[in-house]
Design a protein around this ligand. Sequence first.
Ligand code: 16G
Ligand code: MG
Length: 550
Amino acid sequence: MSSLPVETIASLADQHPKPAHITFQYGTAGFRTLGNVLDSVLFRVGVLAALRSKKQDGKVIGVMVTASHNPEPDNGVKLVDPRGEMLEASWEGHATTLANAATTEDFIAVLENIVKTTKIDLSKPARVVYARDTRPSGPALVASLEDGFKAIGAEARNGGVTTTPILHYYVRAMNTKGTKDAYGEDTEDGYFTKLSTAFGKLVSGKAPLPPLIVDCANGVGADGIAKISPYLGDHLKLVAVNTATTTSGALNNACGADYVKTSQKLPPSLAGHIKPGQRACSLDGDADRLIYYYMDDRNQFHMLDGDKIAALVAAFIVDLVKTAGLEEDIKVGVVQTAYANGASTKYLTERVPVRCVPTGVKHLHHAAEHYSVGVYFEANGHGTVLFSSETQAKLASHEPSTPAQSTALNYLKSLTELINQTVGDAISDMLLVEAVLAHRSYSGVEWDSLYVDLPNRLVKVVVADRHAFHTEDAERKLVSPKGLQAKIDDLVKRYDGGRSFVRPSGTEDVVRVYAEAVIRSHADDLAFRVAGLVYDETGGDPATRPKEFI
Ligand code: 16G
Ligand code: MG
């Protein structure tokens, strides 16, 4: 068993010193903060990714440099495990410890400790693939990352500027190349060909839908939309807007999936583009979230969020499974978080088993793996559908006994190709939605009417210490601060259809409050009352108490 190239690592590490006074944390979405303080983190993540690969017997590990929907000055980095899924939870701690080692010596000591405790065989190869989004801080951070690869001697492939889901796709495709589980060609062309071919099979013979407006958040999704358009041919026309990837300050600014979901408004830049009845969608800055919407005849905005996507897709798959005669073999289930609109949970529960898990893709993904077909979506538009290997085998071997069964079976097989099963993927999900709309002959209006959203409100509370907040029951109940949950329960009881929960954010230094109720004014009232309670109970300064808190 060989040892770490300590001298090379040390001399390169000295060029990427950790800034004093900053504590980094590998959170829900990896490391994420201002791009200009991340140099040391990127270098260290480069080394860690190589170790992770060695630990996984030389399988390819992915590294994505992005801060998703955050403002342009932010950046971040996350690791992708061999099947294209999020980094295993136990390694998040290693990443955090490594990022916070104060000096080069400390850094090397932590590395040696990781090698020892996780029993890494250093003689194994290290293979990584990495990519970045369009942020201006990206190139410098990628250079630091590359130094990390160099320091430990990793074989690194540069995936260039691409979407987060495409990077996840590369990882799975590279690791399954030449096996019976081959996921696809490990190139952009391979990805676009796979998706568009499956889409073509799903919509062939269906009346084409009118063109779809796609708000690209001025991010890397703009490249993806431009590239996939020729592959789609006449099956679907995409009209890309907010494609200014090189305009300073434009990324995620008053546009994109997060803007639409949190403000529940049309991006102002779309006002001239979208006509009454027309549907449109927004991607986020790294194209792993998707929110749809449309304007009605009175020019009113209607949002179709991750919950509406889950309802549309789950019901469609359930119908196909039934028509294919596979009801007994294939069980469809849905995974949501506490943020799922209560009306969506009711709609889905009447049709399929539904589970609620804590916020964050990794929780949803793992829970979805327990179903034969696991549909998971966060209300914020991140989600996908997982087909278990038994289900894929069943689809491959099932002998249909009628033409209708055969058609449904083929549609299900095409869905397994269309859907990026490694992670939520705005481009893949968009094609999925479009395919279902084409099958159902739905416009936005009919899709929207599957159920009526309960009015809801999300409020941020800045508290002295968000780490004092602990939750249970999939974040639906507070365990600490002591006594706060009982007070929230008392408030909630006063509102018809009221529901509210409080949780610490995993990505921002705030506590989030969610509330819903049958009447809009009640949802607002409940949210601001709970926010006020949280603020006061945790010793908030009366002088800076936000005016809207009740
Ligand atoms: C991250 C998560 C997302 C979650 C959000 C919650 C991933 C890849 N992304 O964006 O799933 O909804 O954080 O943010 O896991 P919050 O903890 O600040 O509310
Ligand atoms: Mg994102």
